[in-house]
Write a protein that binds this ligand. Structure first.
Ligand SMILES: Nc1ncnc2c1ncn2[C@@H]1O[C@H](COP(=O)(O)OP(=O)(O)OP(=O)(O)O)[C@@H](O)[C@H]1O
Ligand SMILES: [Mg+2]
Length: 288
């Protein structure tokens, strides 16, 4: 459905995206990477807002760099720095974007405001909306044209835990029938909903893996142990400590290690974040 081949974007001397190849179908794709990894630039190229310096992007077989209209009509986009117009109510905001996008059906606006759970606030000016409500309005606007591809850039940044869960459920639901590409640096935000994780670093796609595969690989590599301060110091020098939590005089550790790291350590069920870290350590050690 969406195929990227060797996509490069340079801004002067900075290579923001460095030879990314990817093939995506429906489902939720979690685009993960630290600040400056190139997530936004990659998404802007898919959204045809930025032209690649090299490489090709195809949507349903059509070259979207040469013919951006091929994807624009089928795309919904929520930018990272999405802003609402504070004086417009949620409904007015949607009416404005519906007019821009040539969507004429007023029932569509009602339906989308219900979908993102803003219908009870439809007449309120967006100035009084929380961060989560603004993002949900952003998603509603991105869905006006019933897109096949939804690109959402850091949609959960700044949301409280409850809003985060609600948002995650909404994206999971949308991912049943669409391709949803969502960037984040919080792995737990895409845990349980992503069908694929695409991991970027320094403009490169360093890994593309299904969460189930990642978790299966990490089983037997993640451990928990309870140690005192002296044991901790010795252990820290030779294993990867994923997490430390103090409990009285003891430290509860989560550790990534190919075999039992110390006496008394028990195998633990890895979280997705831990599985990713364990994989990175294992790959780095293989390379060294
Ligand atoms: N318009 C631009 N001009 C110059 N450099 C840019 C431009 N846009 C992005 N860059 C650079 O490209 C690199 C990738 O930036 P990008 O915004 O794509 O990363 P990101 O993964 O989205 O980061 P964040 O997590 O902070 O949103 C960074 O080094 C950034 O400074
Ligand atoms: Mg970004």
């Amino acid at each position: 459905m969406l195929e990227l081949e060797n996509v490069v974007k340079r801004f002067g001397r900075v290579t923001a995206v460095d030879g990314v190849s990817l093939q995506l179908r429906s489902g939720v794709v979690g685009l993960i990477g630290h600040n400056g990894a190139g997530k936004t630039t990659l998404m802007q190229m898919i959204a045809t807002l930025v032209r690649p310096s090299a490489g090709s992007i195809r949507f349903q077989g059509q070259d979207i760099v040469a013919r951006p209209d091929a994807i624009r009509r089928r795309l919904g986009y929520l930018p990272q720095d999405f802003g609402v117009y504070p004086n417009l109510s949620a409904r007015e905001f949607m009416q404005y974007f519906a007019a821009l996008k040539g969507v004429r059906d007023p029932a569509r606006i009602r339906h989308l405001l219900e979908l993102v759970n803003l219908h009870e606030h439809a007449e309120r000016p967006a100035a009084g909306f929380s961060g989560g409500m603004r993002r949900r309005l952003g998603i509603a606007q991105a869905l006006l044209n019933d897109p096949d591809i939804l690109v959402v850039d850091e949609p959960t940044a700044g949301l409280d835990p409850e809003e985060r869960v609600r948002f995650r459920n909404l994206l999971a639901e949308l991912g049943l029938h669409k391709l949803v590409i969502m960037s984040t640096h919080i792995v737990s935000d895409v845990e349980s909903i992503a069908s694929e994780l695409a991991i970027m670093k320094g403009g490169r796609l360093i890994d593309c893996v299904q969460p189930e595969t990642l978790l299966a690989q990490a089983r037997g590599q993640v451990w928990q142990a309870s140690v005192d301060a002296a044991e901790y110091e010795a252990l820290r020098a030779r294993v990867h400590v994923l997490q430390t939590q103090r409990l009285g005089a003891q430290l509860q550790l989560r550790i990534a290690h190919p075999e039992q790291p110390c006496a008394g350590a028990a195998p633990a069920e890895p979280s997705l974040e831990e599985a990713l870290m364990a994989r990175r350590y294992a790959l780095a050690e293989q390379a060294a």
